[in-house]
Design a protein around this ligand. Structure first.
Ligand code: KG4
Ligand code: ZN
Length: 383
């Protein structure tokens, strides 16, 4: 069983052997946040308290299972909103003790990638990939809180190639949506508005990053050593060490959208962004949505292609809320030389099944369990 409460979704899913989804119950407090244009932490936490037990019961009922059938409980302990994480973690700790089950502490971002291992279900309304990802696997994880490229060599053996240095891509979608008066969450509403706009109506800058993490430097040195070794036996292999940065930045493009929007309605930089929705025409909003979406998605696709060329993974996966974007799926299909087995969009946004999936793989790979008497939340947990 996987329990998720890191942001505005209260969710519980049950997964067998890391690939078969038996249930996936999700209750979102999104509607309560829409009027504020973003998630309000106190409202989210209160809503988790009301929803968590009903969602767990719903998940067991959907799977037609009893507590005796559950082998272990996995719970998101980070990253996320403190008050929200606490509800899931305290519930899971209590259940692990009272139901006498092993407890697994799950990294939310890692779990997003693991949603791609779900390949079968008898639940109606899902279209799952036919095969699980193959290692080495390149994962583009793009959500409201994260934008990362990760190279998985195997389960629990990965290198974070790069990540955002400021806003996450989903956060940028949400902020641009708010700026032009489109509803929260911004990803789907910008995507919808973009259908009526011209993606080349104007241009927006893409950030040029130069930062390379020590982990990526290490990985490159290891690959270089391997290649040198082979070179001794086979003189054809050249030194292919690359200096590309896989970090992202989305705060610049967001400010560029603001300036462009102000210019489009004949104003200068002093014009308050809260007045933009009333000043822009529907056609201008659609163009802003289309150009922003194209450039933001191109930014992550460019880096995914570069990482694919540098590391030659056996598979590529996309994960996180923004992985539901049809534009991202379209651009990757056009530019990647291999096919991606896309996961059902309902399993890209926050859910409990992805938490249960990673929990299964932890159990199957003898990863350590968490102490139900002391597991703490880690709001800033990274990969
Ligand atoms: O993974 P997620 O549900 O929560 C976090 O872990 O952050 O991702 C939520 C983010 C939001 O920023 C939302 O605007 C974006 O995912 N999103 C989308 C789509 N659906 C959700 N972005 C683009 N296209 C979508 N269809
Ligand atoms: Zn998420």
């Amino acid at each position: 069983m996987g329990i998720e409460s890191s942001c505005d979704e209260t969710a519980c899913g049950i997964v067998r052997d890391g690939h078969e989804m038996l249930s996936n119950a999700v209750l979102s407090s999104m509607d309560l946040h829409t009027v504020y244009g973003g998630v309000v932490p106190e409202i989210a936490a209160r809503s988790h308290i009301e929803s968590i037990i009903p969602v767990i019961e719903q998940s067991l009922a959907q799977a037609k299972l009893d507590w005796k059938d559950i082998d272990g409980i996995a719970v998101t302990y980070g990253a996320g909103l403190g008050g929200s994480l606490l509800v899931g973690v305290m519930t899971a700790r209590t259940l692990a003790i009272t139901k006498n089950k092993p407890l697994y502490a799950i990294n939310h971002v890692e779990a997003h990638a693991y949603a791609n291992f779900l390949t079968s279900t008898s639940l109606p309304g899902y279209v799952l990939p036919a095969e699980p990802p193959k290692f080495p696997c390149l994962a583009l994880i793009v959500s409201g809180g994260h934008s990362q490229l990760v190279l998985f060599r195997d389960h629990f053996d990965y290198t974070l190639l790069g990540q955002t240095q400021d806003d996450a891509i989903g956060e940028a979608f949400d902020k641009v949506a708010k700026m032009v008066g489109l509803p929260y969450p911004g990803g789907p509403s910008v995507g919808q508005a973009a259908l009526k706009g011209d993606p080349h109506a104007f241009n927006l800058p893409k950030a040029r990053m130069t930062t390379v993490s020590p982990a990526l430097q290490d990985l490159r040195s290891q690959i270089l050593d391997l290649r040198k070794d082979k070179q001794n036996k086979n003189s054809e292999i050249r030194d292919l060490r690359s200096e590309i940065s896989y970090d992202f930045s989305f705060s610049g493009v967001k400010t560029a959208v603001l300036r462009q929007a102000q210019a489009l309605c004949g104003q200068d930089f002093t014009f308050a962004s809260k007045n933009l929705p009333g000043a822009l025409s529907e056609a201008q909003k659609a163009d802003i949505a289309a150009v922003f979406q194209r450039v933001a998605i191109e930014t992550v696709v460019d880096k995914t292609i570069q990482a694919f060329e540098e590391f030659s993974p056996a598979s590529v996966i996309i994960a996180g809320g923004v992985a539901a974007s049809p534009e991202l799926r379209k651009q990757l299909k056009e530019r990647l030389p291999i096919e991606i087995n896309y996961q059902d969009p309902k399993l890209c946004t926050d859910n409990g099944a992805m938490i249960a999936t990673l929990g299964c793989f932890k159990a199957m790979n003898d990863q350590p369990t968490a102490d139900p008497y002391s597991l703490e939340i880690q709001p800033n947990l990274s990969m």
